[in-house]
Design a protein around this ligand. Structure first.
Ligand SMILES: Nc1ncnc2c1ncn2[C@@H]1O[C@H](COP(=O)(O)OP(=O)(O)OP(=O)(O)O)[C@@H](O)[C@H]1O
Ligand SMILES: [Mg+2]
Length: 135
């Protein structure tokens, strides 16, 4: 487990950008942390590290945004039950060879693969975040 303390969104993006270089196709990364912790900021940094130029925005409405089949960014906050996630086909993207980043993965827990990586972001104060990277 690696731990980082960041003092700005730019620093969080830089940590994520470096982390992206360690990721492999098919990796599923659970992005944990409370609302406003910085999960989407972290996802932007991962996309940058992967060389994705399209702007990463929060997929709250669409549940999942597909960036070239290379990055699948989920926000499962509004998923009400695993059956809904299943009928939306959200699990299909785990096997497509991209990297999956999942916010609010607890809402689709039964669908997740056995082997996942985890990034946990904790709000320390308005500008300070603790980022714990496991895998
Ligand atoms: N050190 C920091 N790292 C990341 N974000 C920070 C930091 N300091 C302040 N922020 C701010 O915190 C907010 C993080 O928002 P973000 O949308 O990434 O949160 P989130 O975890 O995705 O929330 P949600 O669960 O609502 O999707 C941004 O407004 C960002 O500017
Ligand atoms: Mg978010």
């Amino acid at each position: 487990m690696e731990t980082y303390i960041t003092k700005s969104r730019e620093q969080t993006q830089a940590v994520a950008c470096a982390y992206a270089k360690t990721l492999q196709p098919y990796d599923v990364v659970l992005l944990d942390g409370e609302m406003g912790a910085g999960k989407t900021v972290f996802a932007k940094g991962v996309a940058q590290g992967l060389g994705i130029e399209e702007e990463v925005t929060s997929p709250t409405y669409a549940y999942m945004n597909d960036y070239d089949g290379r990055l699948f960014h989920y926000d499962c906050y509004r998923i009400e039950c695993p059956e809904q996630a299943e009928s939306l086909g959200l699990a299909d993207y785990f096997d497509m060879g991209g990297i999956c980043l999942i916010e609010w993965s607890q809402n689709i827990a039964p669908l997740l693969p056995a082997k996942v990586k985890r990034v946990t972001i904790t709000k320390i104060d308005e500008q300070t975040r603790k980022i714990e990277i496991d895998g």
